[in-house]
Design a binder for this molecule. Structure first.
Ligand code: 13P
Length: 361
């Protein structure tokens, strides 16, 4: 390891030892348990051939790196061929990489088999050499909902029926003329911004429901763990939740439901990724260091409540949302950040390699 990178790692561990976990870390003793984990989520990009070419360029630019766990998450169609390509022996002889490269799926289903057209089971993933699976990504939790065109029309119907219900109450006691007057008065009385706000709220709610629910994510986590897969469990608030100071409440709900019934033994196979929805994707601003630290501390405390100190000290918590070569060091230096989940920049070999080599160049 070159000097600059050694310093980065020293700082990395020193900063962690400066935080509230240092005592526990000393007890757990092994920094291996918190090896940095840098994962690239290719989302719906790369046909298999381009995926192999991209992986080859990344490995070439990361020769000899053994201290960082590297994850690649191609779409389902690329998993099989990439699984053949990233065998440890080949990676060692060709690129001097150790057993530190992992193949990740972007999702899985919770049933073992059956009439679930289009779904992929955890067993199917294991069978083609997948080690880990991303579960609960915000693209699936919420964002996909709007592409199904479901949210807004239902929100409109609900808003209308809410108003109808309000009016219904007034109908009961009055003559027809009075009802009309009451209805008009009622509508006039409801401020337009309240109506607009209500429609927006319902739309957001329904978008969430059209995507994956916390319960579905919970079932996926359990099914993947039962299959022996490691889970990268994503959580994160949208902008509306942050603006309404609901961030911690929401994260608490997402994590508690997802991990319900996950035993203290199997929680070791879980990595958490905090991805604020508003910070993800082209053109968005990454979360600030203060925002990242605050949430990572919150999540670690939550894990401590659920699983105790040792697990809280050793569980890896990643950050995702516009991680780039020019901000990765600052993010990795934050206490409590054990790695990053990278979207856009992971599709560019040079950028992703720089992120993996954070501090080395
Ligand atoms: P970006 O890095 O493109 O913001 O995406 C982050 C992400 O969603 C990774 O899963």
């Amino acid at each position: 390891m070159k000097a600059a990178n050694a310093r980065v790692f020293r700082n990395y561990y020193r900063q962690r030892t400066a935080n509230q976990w240092h005592k526990i870390e000393a007890e757990v003793g092994t920094p291996d348990a918190i090896r940095p984990f840098i994962a690239g989520n290719w989302k719906m990009n790369m046909i298999p051939k381009s995926g192999i070419a991209l992986a080859a360029r990344i490995f070439d630019q990361c020769r000899g790196i053994k201290d960082v766990d590297i994850g690649l998450a191609p779409p389902f169609t690329g998993l099989s061929i990439l699984g053949e390509y990233i065998k440890p022996d080949f990676l060692r002889s060709e690129y001097g990489l150790g057993r530190n490269v992992f193949l990740l799926a972007q999702d899985t289903f919770f049933e073992y088999k059956g009439a679930f057209t289009g779904e992929i089971s955890p067993e199917m993933l294991s069978a083609i050499g997948v080690d880990r699976v991303i579960i609960g990504h915000s693209d699936r939790r919420a964002n996909l909902g709007k592409y199904f065109g479901f949210g807004s029309s239902v929100a409109r119907r609900l808003t209308t029926s809410f108003l109808a219900h309000e009016l219904e109450e007034q109908k009961a006691a009055k003559t027809r003329d009075e009802q009309v007057i009451a209805a008009l008065e009622h509508l006039v009385g409801v401020k337009p911004e309240i109506l607009a706000g209500m429609a927006r709220f319902l739309e957001d709610e329904l978008k969430e429901r059209a995507g994956e629910s916390d319960e579905a994510i919970h079932r996926k986590v359990k099914a993947a763990l039962a299959q022996g897969l490691q889970v990268i469990l994503c959580c994160g608030e949208n902008w509306e939740a942050r603006a309404a100071h609901e961030t911690f409440h929401l994260l608490d709900r997402q994590i508690r439901i997802a991990l319900e019934g996950v035993s203290p033994r199997t929680i070791k196979e879980v990595v958490i990724a905090y991805e604020p929805v508003w910070a993800v994707g082209e053109g968005a601003e990454p979360a600030t260091p203060a925002q990242i630290s605050e949430v990572h501390d919150f999540l670690r405390n939550l894990i401590m409540d659920l699983y105790g100190e040792q697990t809280a000290a050793s569980i890896r918590i990643l950050y995702g949302g516009n991680v780039k070569p020019d901000n990765v060091i600052e993010i990795m230096m934050l206490s409590g950040v054990d790695g990053v989940l990278v979207g856009g920049a992971s599709l560019r070999a040079k950028d992703f390699s720089q992120i993996i080599r954070f501090g080395l160049d």
